[in-house]
Ligand binder design. Structure first.
Ligand SMILES: [Fe+2]
Ligand SMILES: [Fe+2]
Length: 252
């Protein structure tokens, strides 16, 4: 990573962490932040499971096992956010009830479009994605997520209502650190240390550029995120939130 990218990275992550921390601290914007995380965390599960299957087919048991555990962790993270939403008597909106164009608008992430610029959907599918692309791009996201979730936990007000979410965020942060660690190891099992560092630097630069793209998009929307929550809890969501996702949090 060159020095300029490094500075922009620090500024970019700082700005995003600041916006997210402010949005999670504010009880009016908190549900939308939680819903966004629930969708992102649960959404990664089928992808990771398919990758685990592929690693097993390719004879890499070490990787298959870690990817399977990674998928389980992300499912648990989604459930923690679902539970936190349920405690606010909210749930993720039912995308089926929205007009199609509206759904596309909400789902399209300018961040991911920019992060994976130049890659076709086919090249990013779990069946074909280049392993090094997966390891390095995900390593960067997991590493940053671990710091951002810990920062969000600290940003929450110190009241009884926040204890569940605070503990949940800290346990998620520690899982994300573990994900970054095994992805780093996975890279070093395949390429030299120098090549792994080069791949990491490449994806760090991409992330900085993607953050800039996202901030630009946010300004166009005059600082508003599209809403992803609705009031009440449907039976399916209640069931999801009830799954014993986080035994260590059940008593909170
Ligand atoms: Fe996660
Ligand atoms: Fe993760």
């Amino acid at each position: 990573m060159n020095f300029w990218t490094h500075l922009l990275h620090l500024a970019g992550s700082g700005a995003v962490a600041y916006i997210t921390a402010a949005n999670i601290r504010d009880s009016k914007t908190r549900p939308n932040v939680l819903a966004g995380f629930q969708l992102a965390e649960s959404g990664s599960v089928p992808f990771l499971e398919a990758l685990s299957q592929r690693a097993a087919n390719e004879g890499d048991e070490w990787l298959a096992e870690r990817l399977a555990r990674h998928a389980q962790d992300e499912r648990r993270h989604g459930q923690i956010f679902a539970q936190a939403l349920k405690r606010l008597n909210k749930q993720v909106i039912d995308f089926k009830s929205l007009p199609k164009t509206d759904t596309d608008e909400r789902r399209r992430s300018p961040f991911f479009e920019a992060y994976f610029e130049g890659y076709s959907p086919e090249q990013l599918s779990p069946q074909t994605i280049d392993w090094m692309v997966f390891f390095a791009s995900t390593y960067i996201l997991e590493l940053d997520a671990s710091k951002e979730f810990a920062r969000m936990a600290r940003a929450l007000p110190d009241d009884d209502a926040s204890v569940f979410l605070q503990k949940g965020l800290l346990s998620i942060a520690s899982d994300e650190t573990g994900h970054a660690a095994y992805l780093h190891e996975a890279m070093q099992r395949r390429v030299s240390y120098a090549e792994a560092e080069e791949a990491i630097a490449h994806w760090r630069t991409r992330k900085v550029n993607a953050l800039l793209a996202m901030v630009g998009n946010l300004f166009q929307r005059s600082g508003k995120f599209p809403s992803m929550v609705q009031d009440g809890v449907s039976p399916e969501m209640a069931a999801l939130a009830e799954e014993p996702a986080a035994p260590e949090l059940a008593s909170v």
